[in-house]
Design a protein around this ligand. Structure first.
Ligand code: C5P
Length: 231
């Protein structure tokens, strides 16, 4: 069973994906981490971020790995643990070059399909999972929230990670990523056809999880997932 969760930065999709996967006892895939680690790899090799061929090579051949599990995802680059580093503002500020590259998107979608093919049951989250990567997914969710709320969440996450950022810097970054994610010609951020939309502006994590579980229960999916906990 494939469950996709799409949505913009700060919509709460990563936490929702992690919690839902843990509740169902299945792995989750954080595809944003893939774009982030390719961004870090490109920055470290010093290639021109407009060089499409070079970016595609990094995505296809870079020595990065994701170790997905039900409760965490560990990311390595050249054998080094970069799980924290890929969340930095330096990476945030450059993901748009990588996310806008058709070659990178092709390479990463192929890798996502291979990973998901090996996993069987999975919750996969990102900005194109229900549209471009897995248009035939069994269940699709689209999470969204008011922009001020999304910026607030990202700001507090970054502060908790020890980043020295101002609210205005995060605001500018999130709005810029919203703009480039929804306007790029390849696989722009869109609500997937048939997706269940959840506005998380005024919801706690537990309430978002409940809303998703209620849908899965009503649609008769819960009993079909390995290890699922119906109540
Ligand atoms: O979700 P997260 O903020 O970690 O994603 C980082 C960046 O990667 C996003 O701003 C977006 O540009 C890109 N991305 C994407 N498609 C995905 C996942 C992430 O374009 N499936």
């Amino acid at each position: 069973m494939i469950i996709t969760i799409d949505g913009p930065a700060g919509s709460g999709k990563s936490t929702a994906a992690r919690k839902l996967a843990a509740k169902l006892g299945i792995p989750y895939l954080d595809t944003g981490a893939m774009y982030r680690v390719v961004t870090l790899a490109a920055l470290e090799t010093g290639i021109d971020l407009h060089d499409e061929a070079a970016l595609t090579r990094v995505a296809e051949q870079g020595q990065y790995a994701l170790d997905p599990g039900p409760t965490h995802i560990r990311v390595t680059l050249d054998g080094r643990d970069v799980t924290e580093e890929i969340r930095s503002m330096r990476v945030n500020d450059h993901t748009r070059f990588i996310a806008g590259s058709p070659g990178v998107r092709r390479a990463l979608i192929q890798k996502q399909r291979e990973i998901v093919g090996r996993m069987g049951d999975v919750v996969t989250e990102g900005r194109d999972q229900g549209t471009a990567a897995f248009p035939d997914a069994d269940v699709k969710f689209f999470l969204d929230a008011a922009p001020t709320k999304r910026v607030e969440r990202r700001y507090h996450e970054l502060l908790a990670d020890g980043e020295e950022v101002t609210f205005d810097q995060v605001l500018a970054n999130v709005l810029e990523r919203d703009r480039t994610d929804s306007q790029r010609p390849v696989a722009p951020l869109r609500m997937p056809p048939g997706a269940i939309q959840i506005d998380t502006t005024h919801l706690s994590i537990a309430e978002v999880l409940d809303a998703m579980l209620a849908h899965l229960r009503d649609a008769g999916w819960l009993s079909q997932v390995t290890g699922s906990i119906p109540d």
